[in-house]
Design a protein around this ligand. Structure first.
Ligand code: TMP
Length: 395
């Protein structure tokens, strides 16, 4: 049977999410694409329609650094501690970024894969064993030759960025020990629908996985999810523990629990996605009206955290640099540049309390707890945030 992909959500013309603009290029035409999200009625996979090549997105100008967030660093540290308990000899990470996860282990025990050379350089300098390459079956063969099989493979927020899932899983089968475990963490589709976080969709997030779709994609490679953990990170993610079919680790009850939750919510049905699309349209209207109100009343609005996600929101909702004065962000590579599409200046992070602003749009809503903790003083003094999830409002 042929796959049947149905479009259900149109998020309009969008620039590439992590293509922050240098001042000298402000008036150059940006590359744009139509961000349409589809549902495959056969394998239940949610994907974006127009995709870019990995080289276009993950190159030597990649601005994202996992270590910029304390929440992320702590989260990966805890995962590393869990893994250490099973005493693995070799751990491989696909998408090792600036080493936020592998730095928790002895250098001799880890292998990192990071195709963005500007980021990979950071771990290479610290003498970590990292490959500046895209994950593929041929890279897996190369690693097998040099290091033999590995006991644990981890990939946090990376597999959903790779179009060819079959090649990903072929590579896993080559290098993973028969008794080994493959751990994937990615945003959870169910949470995305429940929280109306349509900004999980942008050019880098080719897929937003559910258990239903991921288990289907793994099946033909004789790989099976045997445990699922619900994570708070990135606004709601799942950690999937995966084994080879011939490994007799017992199936954890969390797997059937997740399956039933997803079926009950209707992740099998097109109608669920059409309803989600309706909620997204309403959300756009409401968020834009909040910004228009601020503009009409001459309020000073800035934004906090120039995330890839916020690129989808601002471009979809037609919120521009007449409504947001500037962004603040802790990532050095983003500072001094302008946001894709909306061309809002990104400034170095400064304490909100000194900034004399009326409202702060929470671009990095996925780190809300960390940010609210940091900005206690601003909040205590009556400081207000504009948020879009689960519905647009001022808090
Ligand atoms: P992400 O959602 O793609 O992980 O990006 C988070 C962005 O938010 C990243 O550019 C860093 C920024 N950020 C801050 O500026 N301040 C903060 O306190 C946190 C947690 C993130």
């Amino acid at each position: 049977m042929r796959n049947k992909k149905i479009d259900f959500l149109d998020l309009g013309n969008q620039p590439l999410a992590n293509s922050y603009i240098r001042k000298k290029n402000l008036y150059k035409k940006e590359r744009k694409y139509r961000l349409i999200v589809c549902f495959d009625t056969d394998n239940k996979l949610i994907s974006i329609k127009k995709t870019y090549s990995s080289k276009d997105m993950f190159n030597n100008e990649y601005p994202y650094r996992s270590s910029t967030s304390k929440t992320m660093s702590l989260h990966l540290k805890k995962l590393a501690q869990k893994i250490k308990r099973i005493k693995p000899k070799k751990i491989l990470e696909i998408g090792s970024n600036d080493g936020c996860f592998i730095k928790n282990f002895d250098k001799k025990k880890t292998i990192g894969i990071e195709p963005c050379t500007n980021v990979e350089k950071i771990t290479k300098k610290q003498k970590y064993n990292t490959y500046p390459e895209y994950w593929s079956p041929s890279l897996a063969k190369k690693i097998l030759k040099k290091h033999n099989k590995v006991n644990v493979i981890v990939s946090s927020n990376t597999i959903s960025h790779i179009k060819n899932l079959d090649d990903v899983f072929r590579g896993i089968n080559i290098v993973l020990d028969d008794k080994g475990v493959f751990i994937i963490e990615d945003p959870c589709l169910l949470e995305c629908l429940k929280k109306n976080t349509y900004d999980q969709f942008y050019n880098e997030h080719i897929y937003v996985f559910s258990y239903l779709s991921l288990s289907h994609a793994l099946k033909k490679h004789n790989l099976k999810i045997f445990k699922i953990e619900k994570l708070k990170i990135h606004g709601g993610s799942n950690r999937y523990y995966i084994k080879k079919n011939n490994n007799n680790i017992k199936l954890h009850k969390s797997v059937n629990y997740q399956k039933h939750k997803e079926e009950k919510y209707g992740l099998n049905n097109l109608k669920t996605y059409l309803n989600f699309a309706k909620r997204v349209k309403l959300s756009k209207k409401k968020l834009l009206s909040i910004f228009m109100n601020c503009k009409n009343n001459n309020k000073k609005v800035i934004a906090y955290g120039a995330t890839a996600k916020s690129v989808t929101i601002l471009n979809y909702c037609n919120i521009n640099n007449t409504m947001i004065n500037y962004f603040i962000d802790t990532t050095k590579d983003k500072q001094g540049k302008y946001t894709p599409g909306t061309k809002i200046l990104i400034k170095k992070y400064s304490n909100l309390i000194n900034d004399k602003v009326d409202y702060v749009f929470l671009g990095a809503w996925n780190f809300k707890e960390e940010i609210f903790n940091k900005e206690k003083k601003y909040i205590k003094n009556g400081g207000k945030f504009i948020v879009h999830t689960p519905y647009p409002r001022i808090i």
